[in-house]
Design a protein around this ligand. Structure first.
Ligand code: BES
Ligand code: ZN
Length: 869
C-alpha cells in the first residue's frame, strides 16, 4: 500500500565487523511448536527474554506470515511494533519479556533449501546455518544469543519420524491421524544449530560408551534401501568419538547422536546439536555404489561434523566474521583424523592439492579476502576455501610450532576458558598462548590479511667453511583494500640432504638463529633473513616447507636435477610429491625438458609401488588444467595448456613402455588387506589403464571393458568407464547404457554417469544440452547440478567456451530458486580476467549482461566482486 514516491536508492547492505554490538536482549529459553500440514506449517515460539543493554527489542524474520504477537501475555496491535521484510522491532519493551509469536511458513514450496523445507516426497528437514532460523520464526538469529530449546513437532502419521535436538521427553497422539514428539536440549545453543526432521525414514542403530561412561545411542536415518550403505559412516562416527577423547580430551555430552541423510542439500553436512543433517553424498558409502574417494570423504565429513560438537557448538562464534574460528579449527581436526585413516603423506598431499587448486586462486583474484573477513553483504558467500582451508592451515602452523604437548595444553585452556561461550579468533589465540606458554599473538596477522605470501629462497654452499646459507625473503602482493600488509610468521620446516649419499644431515644452525631453530622448524617472521648451517660436509640439497608447513608460494632456485633428487631421496612423502609437482609445472608452463622428470619417476616408482601404492599413485599426478590455468595471471589460453599437458602425458606413456601393461596386469586390489592399500592399488590400476590407452595398446579397450564388467567395485568400474568413454572406444555406448540400467535408482551412482559424460574432453554444447534435458536431470537437486557442472569444468577449454553460457544461465535461474548454489556455481568463472583476448572481453560482456538480471544478495555480491577487478 505504501508505493515509494521517491527514487529507489539501493541501500548499502554491507555489514562490518567494526560495527559489532552486543545483543540488547538475551533469550533464557525458547519453546517452539512446529505443526506441519500439507499446505502450510504453523510455528509458535515462546521466548523468555531479558534485557542486556538499552535499545529496541529486535526479532529477525524473513518470509514469515505473522498471525499474532504478545508480550507478557498481552496481544500487541499493529501500531505497537514495526515490521519490515527483515525484522520485527518493539521499542520500550519491558526488561523481562515473554514474547510469543505465531507464524505461518511454507516449507512445501521452499526451493532455497534454507530454513525448514520439503526435501523430496516424504521428508522435511531444516538448514539454519548461518541465517536460516529467521525463516522459521521471529528470533534474535545471531550466534551470540544462546538459549535452551524445547521443541514440539507435530505432523501426520504418514511421517513416523519426528526429530529435534536433545532428549526425547514425550511422544503421543495429536488426533486426526496426527502425532507429536517433544524434545529438550539441555545445552544452551545459538539458533543456527537448531534442527528438526519430519519424515518417513529407516534407521541404523548402534551404541557408544564415552570415556566418562556415558552410554550414547547412535542413529543414522536414511531411506530403507540405503541403510546397508550407512555402516561405514557408523564406524567412522564411533572412531571419531574415540579420537576426540584421545587427542583432545573431549567426550560427547548427550545421550543420543542422530544423523539424517537427505538428497536435497546445498552443502555437504551440518553439525546441528545432536542431530546432524547430511547430504547423502557425505554419509552413504559402499564399494559397490560409491568411489573410494567418496568413502574417504564420508569418513572425514562424519568426523568433521562430530568434532564441531566441541569446536563450534559448545564453544561457538561471537559473530559470522569469526566463522573460521569454528571451521578452520574443525577442518584442521578432521584432516588430522584422516591422516590416521590412510597414508598420512597422501592425506596431506590431497589437502594441499585442494588448498592450491581452490584457495590460492581465490586469494589471488577478485574474491580474495582475509580468513576473517571484515565486511560482507551475504554471509553465505563466505563459506570459502579461504575461511575453511586457509583457516585450517593457520591452526596447523601454530600446532607445528608448538609441537603435540604444548598444542594440547593450549586447546585444553581454550575448552576450559570458553565452554558455553560465543567467542572470537582473538580469544582462541589468547587461550593457545596462555595454555602453551608460547606467545602466538603475531599469528593474528594471518587471520586479518588477505593474499598468499611469496617465499623466495636461495641456498649457497661455502665449501671452505663447510657452511650452508639459506636466504629467505617474503612478500605479499599489494591489495587495494589492505594497504598496510605486514610480514607474517611463517614456520619453515626444513631438512638438508647430502647430495652424494642421499642421506639426511643433522642440522647445526649458527649462533644467530640457534634459538629459533628447533626440530628442523624455523620461524621466519621478518621480511628477509639469512640463516646459516655449519658443519655441512658436502653440498646439500635443501628441502623446504616440509609437509607444507605454511600456506605460501615457495620459489626456490633449485635446478631441475635437484628436484629430481628430492623425488628420489626425500623421506617426507609430501615433499617427494611436491618435487614432482614443481618439476611438472616447470615442464608444462615454462617449457623445461621433461626427460629429467621421466628418468627420475622411472627409477623411483617400483620401490614406492611396493611400499605405498597410494603414494605411488599420487606421484603420477600431473597438475590439472584448471590448476595450471590458475597459475597464469594474464593472456591465459586454455587450449595451449591443454596441448602441453596432453603432450606430456603421451610422452610419459611412451616412456614407461611395457612397464605400464605389466604393472596393470600385476596389480591385485582384492588381495590387499587394508582399505587404504586396496584403494592405492585400484588408483594405480586405473592410471595404468589410461596410460595404455595413450600408448595405443591394441588390447586396452577389451581390458577396460572386462574390468568394467567383472568388478563389483565402483572405483574400478568408473576408472574403466572413463577410459572407454573419454577415448570414444567402440564399447563406450554399451558400457554407458549398462551403467545407467544398473544404477538408475541410485542417485549418487547416477551422478557419476552424468559427470563422466560432461567431463568428456570433446564435450560440446550439445552434450550439455543432452544431459541437462535428460529425464533424470533435476534442477532442484544440487548434487545433480554439480555433477554436470563439475564434470564440464574438468576441461577448462570447455568451461571457457560453451561452458560460459551454461554457468551464466544456471546462475540466472538459481538466483531466485536457490541463490546459495547459484552464487557458488558462478564463481567458476571468477578468473575470466586472466583470459587472452578475445575470450576475456566476451566473458566480461556476458557477465555484465547478467548483472541487471539478478536480484539475490548472494549472486549480486559475487558478480559485483567478480567484475570489480
Ligand atoms: N557448518 C558447515 C555446514 C554449512 C556451511 C552449513 C555453510 C550452511 C552453510 C559444516 O560443518 C561444514 O563445514 N561442512 C562442509 C564439509 C566439511 C567436511 C568441510 C560442507 O558442507 O561442505
Ligand atoms: Zn564445518
Amino acid at each position: 500500500m505504501n508505493i515509494a514516491a521517491h527514487p529507489v536508492v539501493e541501500a548499502d547492505q554491507t555489514v562490518y565487523l567494526k560495527d559489532y554490538q552486543k545483543p540488547t536482549f538475551s533469550v533464557e529459553s525458547i519453546q517452539l511448536d512446529i505443526r506441519v500440514f500439507a499446505e502450510q506449517t504453523l510455528v509458535t515460539a515462546t521466548l523468555k527474554m531479558q534485557r542486556q543493554t538499552p535499545g529496541d527489542l529486535v526479532l529477525l524474520g524473513r518470509d514469515l506470515e505473522l498471525k499474532s504477537i504478545s508480550i507478557n501475555g498481552k496481544q500487541l496491535s499493529e501500531s505497537e511494533y514495526k515490521l519490515d521484510a527483515e525484522q520485527l522491532s518493539i521499542s520500550n519493551a519491558p526488561d523481562e519479556a515473554v514474547v510469543e509469536t505465531e507464524v505461518v511458513i511454507h516449507p512445501e514450496t521452499n526451493t532455497q533449501l534454507e530454513g525448514l523445507y520439503l526435501a523430496g516426497g516424504d521428508l522435511f528437514v531444516t538448514q539454519n546455518e548461518p541465517e536460516g532460523f529467521r525463516k522459521i520464526t521471529f528470533y534474535p538469529d545471531r550466534p551470540d544469543v544462546l538459549s535452551v530449546f524445547t521443541t514440539r513437532v507435530e505432523a501426520d502419521k504418514k511421517y513416523p519420524v519426528l526429530l529435534a535436538n536433545g532428549n526425547l521427553i514425550e511422544a503421543g497422539e495429536a488426533g486426526e491421524g496426527r502425532h507429536y514428539t517433544i524434545w529438550e536440549d539441555p545445552t544452551k545453543k545459538p539458533s543456527y544449530l537448531f534442527a528438526c526432521v519430519i519424515g518417513d525414514l529407516a534407521v541404523l542403530k548402534d551404541r557408544y560408551t564415552t570415556s566418562e561412561g556415558r552410554d550414547v545411542a547412535l542413529e543414522i536415518y536414511a531411506e530403507e534401501k540405503d541403510i546397508p550403505k550407512c555402516h561405514i559412516a557408523m564406524e567412522a562416527l564411533k572412531h571419531s568419538m574415540r579420537w576426540d577423547e584421545e587427542h583432545y580430551g573431549r567426550p560427547y555430552d548427550l545421550d543420543n547422536y542422530m544423523i539424517v541423510a537427505t538428497s536435497q542439500f546445498n552443502m555437504g553436512a551440518m553439525e546441528n546439536k545432536g542431530l546432524n543433517i547430511f547430504n547423502t553424498s557425505c554419509v552413504l558409502a559402499d564399494e559397490e555404489y560409491t568411489t573410494d574417494a567418496a568413502i574417504m570423504r564420508v569418513q572425514s565429513v562424519i568426523a568433521h561434523e562430530y568434532f564441531h560438537n566441541w569446536t563450534g557448538n559448545r564453544i561457538t562464534c561471537r559473530d559470522w566474521f569469526q566463522l573460521c574460528l569454528k571451521e578452520g579449527l574443525t577442518v584442521f581436526r578432521d584432516q588430522s583424523f584422516s591422516e590416521d585413516l590412510q597414508s598420512a603423506a597422501v592425506q596431506r598431499i590431497d589437502d594441499v592439492a585442494v588448498l592450491k587448486a581452490h584457495q590460492f586462486p581465490e586469494d589471488a583474484g577478485p574474491l580474495s579476502h582475509p580468513p576473517r573477513p571484515d565486511h560482507f553483504v551475504e554471509i553465505n558467500n563466505f563459506y570459502t576455501a579461504t575461511v575453511y582451508e586457509k583457516g585450517a592451515e593457520i591452526n596447523r602452523m601454530m600446532a607445528t610450532l608448538l609441537g603435540k604437548e604444548k598444542f594440547r595444553k593450549g586447546t585444553d585452556e581454550y575448552f576450559k576458558r570458553h565452554d558455553g561461550q560465543a567467542v572470537t579468533v582473538e580469544d582462541w589465540v589468547a587461550a593457545l598462548t596462555a595454555g602453551s606458554g608460547v606467545d602466538l599473538s603475531e599469528f593474528l596477522l594471518w587471520y586479518n590479511q588477505p593474499g598468499t605470501p611469496k617465499l623466495e629462497a636461495k641456498g649457497e654452499y661455502d665449501t671452505e667453511n663447510q657452511t650452508y646459507r639459506l636466504h629467505l625473503k617474503q612478500s605479499l602482493k599489494t591489495h587495494p583494500k589492505y594497504p598496510d600488509l605486514k610480514a607474517l610468521p611463517v614456520p619453515v620446516a626444513l631438512a638438508l640432504f647430502n647430495a652424494q649419499t642421499g642421506e639426511q644431515e643433522t642440522l647445526h644452525s649458527t649462533a644467530i638463529v640457534e634459538n629459533n631453530v628447533k626440530d628442523g622448524v624455523y620461524l621466519f617472521d621478518q621480511p628477509e633473513v639469512t640463516i646459516e648451517f655449519t658443519g655441512v660436509t658436502a653440498k646439500p640439497v635443501a628441502s623446504l616447507l616440509r609437509n607444507f608447513s605454511a600456506p605460501v608460494n615457495l620459489e626456490f632456485n633449485y635446478s631441475d636435477e635437484e628436484l629430481a633428487f628430492l623425488l628420489q631421496y626425500e623421506t617426507n612423502g609430501f615433499n617427494q610429491w611436491q618435487a614432482t609437482q614443481t618439476l611438472l609445472e616447470r615442464i608444462l608452463l615454462n617449457g623445461h625438458d621433461a626427460q629429467i622428470y621421466l628418468n627420475a619417476i622411472q627409477q623411483t616408482l617400483p620401490a614406492v609401488i611396493a611400499k605405498d601404492p597410494l603414494l605411488a599413485s599420487r606421484l603420477f599426478d600431473v597438475p590439472a588444467e584448471g590448476y595450471l590455468g590458475s597459475r597464469i595471471d594474464q593472456n591465459y589460453n586454455p587450449a595451449v595448456v591443454n596441448e602441453a599437458r596432453e603432450a606430456l602425458l603421451n610422452q610419459l606413456a611412451q616412456n614407461l613402455g611395457d612397464f605400464v601393461k605389466e604393472t596393470y596386469l600385476s596389480l591385485q586390489p582384492e588381495e590387499q588387506k587394508e582399505f587404504s592399500q586396496a584403494m592405492g592399488v585400484r588408483a594405480l590400476k586405473n592410471i595404468m589403464l589410461s596410460l595404455m590407452a595413450r600408448q595405443g595398446d591394441a588390447e586396452v579397450f577389451d581390458l577396460a571393458y572386462q574390468q568394467y564388467q567383472q568388478t563389483g567395485n565402483m572405483s574400478e568400474r568408473l576408472g574403466a568407464l572413463k577410459v572407454l568413454v573419454w577415448n570414444d572406444a567402440a564399447q563406450a555406448k554399451e558400457a554407458l547404457q549398462d551403467f545407467y540400467t544398473r544404477f538408475k535408482d541410485e542417485a549418487l551412482s547416477l551422478d557419476q554417469w552424468f559427470m563422466i559424460q560432461a567431463a568428456h574432453p570433446k564435450a560440446t554444447a550439445e552434450t550439455v544440452q543432452y544431459l541437462t534435458s535428460h529425464a533424470d536431470y533435476d534442477l532442484s537437486t544440487p548434487n545433480r547440478i554439480r555433477s554436470v557442472s563439475g564434470g564440464l569444468n574438468v576441461n577448462p577449454v570447455n568451461t571457457w567456451s560453451f561452458g560460459v553460457q551454461h554457468f551464466i544461465q544456471l546462475a540466472k535461474y538459481l538466483d531466485e530458486k536457490n541463490p546459495i548454489v547459484g552464487s557458488r556455481l558462478l564463481q567458476v568463472l571468477s578468473r575470466w580476467y586472466t583470459l587472452a583476448e578475445p575470450q576475456r572481453s566476451e566473458v566480461k560482456t556476458a557477465l555484465e549482461a547478467l548483472k541487471p538480471q539478478v536480484k539475490s544478495k548472494n549472486v549480486s555480491e559475487t558478480l559485483n566482486s567478480m567484475l570489480s577487478i
